[in-house]
Design a protein around this ligand. Structure first.
Ligand SMILES: *Cc1c(COP(=O)(O)O)cnc(C)c1O
Length: 328
């Protein structure tokens, strides 16, 4: 177990070229737990959130309902777009999402704010597939079931010295922090290549396999290039196909790891998805709450770009037949 955690921590430091003083912490519970943890251990009084889809909005809701925090500043934008954060002296943390998995939008992650303020970034579906300048953020947290092709249930956070210091300071106040949500405890254990309570070992094993495979292939720049290649195949097809259009209007905001593609009404996405599923092509359904005639295609590093090409060919083949039937 300790050997696995050790390989995970050193592999992630290498993958993200962590600056001096940055640390890798982990624990049980996934990114969703990390939101709760951050509301206790990283946000001191008030935070600013960008909310532009299911996941980014969920973190804002966690903070809105936290009795010990002031009402957060929430900057919203329509699904399919990315709002801009702005410096505000009245907050102590900026909460950004690198890739909004529900809508297929990627956002720029840049240092924002004044000295002493923290930048907390949900990198759950971005980590391992999108470039990152780790030094520009204070906490970059994620789960392993997206770009790292593992199972869920674990959170990882890349922490700056400022984040570690903030957590230690809040921990020394009278704020009540349950042990399973205590970042200081998690960090103490991580430093010993342990977790505070028993982790899902199979998840750790899969996580390390994928991480070391990415490192062997050339690291983060290799993985990001592979995702961009798959993405250019899928968005290129959507631009050409008469019945398909990329949902995200701004090409720079189109995610290279989660492509959302709108279909025209005579080609119902659920029907396409059903036919493909019967033929072994699975999990391309849109995000239901978005309520669009849409496909959502995972293009994580584990996906071979050739499979992206095959998928677009399969889509054309099925759409042609389904579309004709629906015209009659
Ligand atoms: C999947 C996802 C989450 C939730 O991750 P869990 O491991 O289920 O907690 C949070 N944020 C983003 C951006 C995600 O893609």
């Amino acid at each position: 177990m300790r050997q696995l955690v050790g390989r995970l921590r050193s592999g992630l430091s290498q993958l993200f070229s962590l600056p001096e003083g940055y640390e890798v912490a982990l624990g049980n519970g996934g990114a969703t737990l990390f939101w709760d943890l951050a509301s206790l251990c990283l946000i001191e009084r008030r935070s600013q959130h960008l909310a532009f889809g299911e996941f980014s909005a969920k973190f804002a809701q966690v903070v809105q309902s936290a009795p010990h925090l002031a009402a957060p500043e929430v900057i919203e934008s329509a699904p399919g777009t990315c709002p801009q954060p702005h410096p505000d002296e009245d907050v102590d943390a900026y909460c950004l999402t690198h890739n909004e998995t529900s809508t297929g939008v990627q956002c720029k992650v840049l240092r924002i704010g004044f000295p002493g303020q923290l930048v907390l970034v949900d990198g759950t579906s971005a980590a391992g597939g999108l470039p990152l300048e780790a030094g520009s953020v204070d906490a970059y947290y994620f789960s392993p079931q997206k770009c790292f092709a593992a199972d869920g249930g674990i959170w990882v956070a890349l922490l700056s010295p400022a984040a570690v210091e903030r957590s230690a300071r809040i921990g020394s106040t009278s704020r009540w922090i349950p042990s399973s949500l205590d970042l200081n405890l998690a960090l103490q254990n991580s430093r010993l290549d342990q977790t505070y309570n028993t982790p899902a070992v199979a998840t750790l094993f899969l996580f390390v396999q994928q991480l070391e495979w990415i490192l062997d292939q050339g690291g983060l720049s290799w993985a990001a290039a592979r995702c961009r290649q798959s993405a250019s195949i899928v968005y290129g097809w959507a631009d050409r196909a008469a019945y398909a259009t990329p949902f995200v209007q701004d090409p720079d905001q189109r995610s290279p790891v989660v492509a959302t593609i709108d279909l025209s009404p005579e080609v119902p996405a659920p029907e396409i998805s059903k036919v493909l599923r019967r033929n072994g092509i699975v999990d391309i359904d849109g995000y239901r709450k978005l309520g669009r005639n849409q496909l959502r295609i995972g293009l994580f590093p584990a996906v071979d770009p050739e499979d992206a090409t095959r998928l677009t060919q399969a889509l054309d083949w099925v759409a042609e037949r389904v579309g004709v039937t629906n015209h009659v």
